[in-house]
Design a protein around this ligand. Structure first.
Ligand code: DGY
Length: 327
């Protein structure tokens, strides 16, 4: 029997590709960039499986272009790039890569929080410029972290891991009530965390860390109105999805010191960033590297491949987004 044809839309770590090559006839995009829309639609016309990225739009047009598709595996935990209801309507299973990147992403949120609180990037630049005049009592004063209040927006896997890491710093932890009203037992039990309204979280947090998915309800959740309700000393960290923040509003809020700082790993229009953001010394900017450790990216590759191989066999993949298609 011929092996199923599979497209990988951009090279992923070799451990995943090796596994795929054993079981499938794989084509990997050879360019070190996402495929253009027309390249993608052309390349999927005769494939049974695709491993794609958060930059690939997986929608009705994509499914129309891939009439033989039996499964799509996202190489990301976030799946706002996939029209899951449309996939389900067509009986096509789709999957993501949860769990394996939880710790790495939570750790990066802390890196951003500390970098913004203690002005790490700004002062690194001073050192490299040769302009440091020597130690001074009033230089480069930042914010304390220990004992302060951490507000978590999106207390799912990554938000929970990030909050749990605050134990070393003796912080008060708030988390945003979920739309279903369900409480986070881990945070309640281990941190005595408080489940609060959006207003309470904004008004009381010294640090706000975003871990929610991008949905119509969370798009631009952080806009000028929200910044006005935050502490002027607050620091906002985003390792979730860029459009959760209205980035133009954030630039204004940072310029006008409505909030003290921001640590961003994700942006509204990646790879572009909002006009004015790069000039702000109170913003720390990283290039969407939340999951970018060698082990994590390899674990994501293995999980994405295992998901796809299961779908090609007609079995429910380990981390399926629409298991109802198998009923
Ligand atoms: C994800 O997985 O959603 C991240 O944004 C990239 O690893």
């Amino acid at each position: 029997m011929p092996q199923p044809k599979v497209l990988v839309t951009r090279a992923i770590p070799e451990n995943g590709l090796e596994l795929l090559r054993i079981h499938t006839n794989v084509t990997v995009n050879q360019e070190d960039r996402p495929m253009t829309r027309s390249e993608l639609l052309e390349a999927v016309h005769d494939v049974q499986g695709v491993i794609g990225l958060l930059t690939d739009q997986i929608d009705a047009e994509f499914f129309d272009a891939a009439p033989e598709l039996t499964g799509y595996a996202n190489y990301a935990v976030g799946y706002d790039n996939i029209d899951v209801p449309e996939a389900t309507r067509r009986g096509i299973p789709v999957s993501n890569t949860p769990d394996v990147l939880t710790q790495a992403t939570a750790e990066l949120a802390w890196a951003l929080l500390f970098a913004a609180a203690r002005r790490v990037v700004e002062t690194d630049t001073v050192m490299r410029s040769g302009l440091w005049p020597g130690w001074g009592p009033l230089q480069y004063l930042g914010a304390d972290v220990s004992g302060r209040t951490l507000g978590i927006v999106g207390a799912g896997r990554i938000g929970t891991a990030m909050a749990m890491m605050s134990r070393g710093f003796g912080m008060r932890v708030l988390y945003l009530e979920s739309p279903s009203g369900q409480r986070n037992q881990t945070l309640d039990e281990h941190l005595n965390a408080e489940c609060v309204s959006f207003d309470q979280l904004l008004a009381q947090s010294d640090f706000v860390s975003l871990h929610c998915p991008l949905t119509p309800a969370t798009r631009h959740l952080f806009d000028m109105e929200a910044f006005q309700r935050m502490k002027r000393t607050a620091i906002l960290v985003n390792t979730a999805r860029g459009p959760v923040i209205n980035e133009d509003d954030l630039v204004k809020a940072l310029q006008e010191h409505l909030i003290a700082g921001a640590g961003l790993d994700v942006y509204e229009n990646e790879p572009q960033i909002a006009h004015g953001l790069a000039a702000l010394s109170n913003a720390v900017l990283l290039p969407h590297v939340g999951s970018a450790t060698k082990n994590t990216r390899e674990a994501m590759a293995e999980l994405a491949v295992r998901n796809l191989l299961a779908m090609l066999r007609g079995a429910t993949p380990p981390t399926c987004l629409n298991p109802e298609v198998f009923k």
